[in-house]
Design a protein. Structure first.
Length: 438
């Protein structure tokens, strides 16, 4: 080696440093690449992406060939540095120490830190490119890699370490939700829709149903004029029909069927019975996602929510579930159970029967959702009694003033704006509600 020119040795050292840098970039890029994006590119026919997926399917062999190459290159670089140092400074201990420091610094900066930073920053672009080099290297060095991996697997077995499989790398539902909310893959309404879909599993029909006392229903035993008046002023196309009392629901009626009857003759309770559809019951506590699938399987749009004793609790519709995904529709019935009115001071007047989830979503309040579902229920639970009008108190960081109490329930409530604050969160429009995240 003494006959080799110094310039050639220096060029060889630089080449080894670059080769070591390549292995560092390859290792980091292959481990940091987005596999979902890689699969998408492979499906579109990108050869580099297919090679990268093939290499990632055998991670032990991939890391084996990368580390084998990097180790050989680093050892060769250290040996070459010793030769160059001897040529320049002789064989003294000082020269040897300087050579060791120099090669360590060069490897650290040019072959480790910088390449790995670049590989991590541009993993998706670099992984398919380095796969063109790593694939033939792995094919060539396969016997050596296989021999080395024999000892690796034996050591892992002794340490009771099991290599991860594809199934163990699967994301949980909460991890997927965090990926949607915090990642940069989805924006705006797309992000909100996906996040709301994940929430359907944790929300039950009890959270979105129309409470029993707000159900619009028809008593089949009423006079024909009363029935006709109810049907003419109804805000819904499908109505539950009961006999004598609301707990005795006998079916659902569609207004389209009623119009046919009205054209023929006067509408009576007996006529109404002839066009009723059987009632459809939903157990309380059913997750919304499960109920959505059940509605689809049973070809239903309305369900009566009942508890374990069969007592009617409320009514849930397909539209109620869809609103949890896309936000409220513009076709809300006037005079519904929930209304909001903002005062000049920033306070908001709300219906006592307003849903706590709706208040939190629209106004930015932080009412708990584990117990009562409505503001009236939360107030009564907190105070342990039905309060009188004019009572004011603080609950979960929000000052509440009771404005009206009627029929053993809180009817109208004022949510007082915090002092020095511009008021509660501005009420959203229908379009904005679709992008709000529950």
């Amino acid at each position: 080696m003494d006959d080799i020119p110094l310039r050639t040795l220096l060029l060889a050292l630089i080449t080894l440093l670059l080769a070591s840098g390549f292995f560092s970039i390859a290792e980091t890029a292959m481990m940091a690449v987005n596999r979902y994006r890689l699969k998408h590119r492979a499906a579109r026919g990108m050869t580099g992406a297919r090679l990268a997926l093939s290499l990632l399917a055998q991670t032990d062999k991939l890391l084996g060939v990368i580390l084998l190459g990097n180790t050989l290159v680093a050892a060769a670089a250290a040996t070459l540095t010793a030769v160059i140092t001897k040529r320049l400074f002789g064989e003294g201990e000082l020269a040897l120490g300087l050579g060791t420091v120099a090669i360590s610094f060069a490897l650290l900066v040019f072959s480790e830190i910088t390449p790995k930073v670049v590989g991590a920053a541009h993993a998706d672009r670099l992984a398919p490119l380095v796969s063109y080099v790593l694939t033939p290297m792995l094919a060539t060095a396969r016997p050596v890699v296989w021999f080395v991996n024999l000892f690796v697997r034996g050591l892992l077995f002794v340490l009771h370490i099991k290599p991860p499989t594809d199934s163990s790398a699967a994301l949980t539902q909460e991890e997927l939700r965090s990926l949607v909310l915090e990642g940069q893959y989805f924006r705006g309404k797309h992000r909100a829709l996906l996040a709301n879909l994940f929430d359907l599993e944790s929300i039950s029909v009890d959270d979105v149903m129309t409470p029993r006392n707000q159900i619009e229903a028809i008593d089949v035993t009423s006079k024909p004029t009363v029935i006709e008046q109810q049907l003419a002023t109804s805000h819904h196309t499908r109505l539950p029909v009961y006999e004598d009392e609301l707990d005795n629901i006998i079916g659902f009626v569609h207004l389209k069927q009623v119009l046919r009857l009205q054209r023929a003759e006067a509408l009576t309770g007996e006529h109404l019975r002839s066009v009723l559809r059987p009632p459809y019951f939903v157990p309380a506590g059913t997750p919304l996602l499960a109920q959505l699938h059940q509605f689809q399987a049973d070809r239903q749009r309305l369900g009566l929510v009942v508890d374990e004793y069969g007592e009617l609790l409320g009514l849930v519709s397909l539209e109620d579930i869809m609103e949890e995904i896309v936000g409220e529709f513009t076709t809300q019935s006037p005079g519904g159970g929930e209304f909001f009115h903002r005062d000049e001071d920033g306070s908001v007047i709300v219906d006592g029967m307003a849903s706590l989830r709706t208040l939190n979503r629209k106004l930015g309040t932080a009412f708990p959702l584990e117990g009562p579902k409505t503001l009236n229920g939360l107030i009564v639970e907190h105070l342990g009694d039905i309060p009188d009008a004019g009572v004011s108190f603080r609950l979960d960081g929000q000052t509440i003033e009771i404005l009206q109490v009627q029929d053993r329930a809180v009817k109208v409530v004022k949510l007082v704006a915090p002092v020095g604050h511009g008021g509660l969160t501005a009420l959203q429009t229908s379009g904005e509600q679709a992008s709000s995240i529950s």
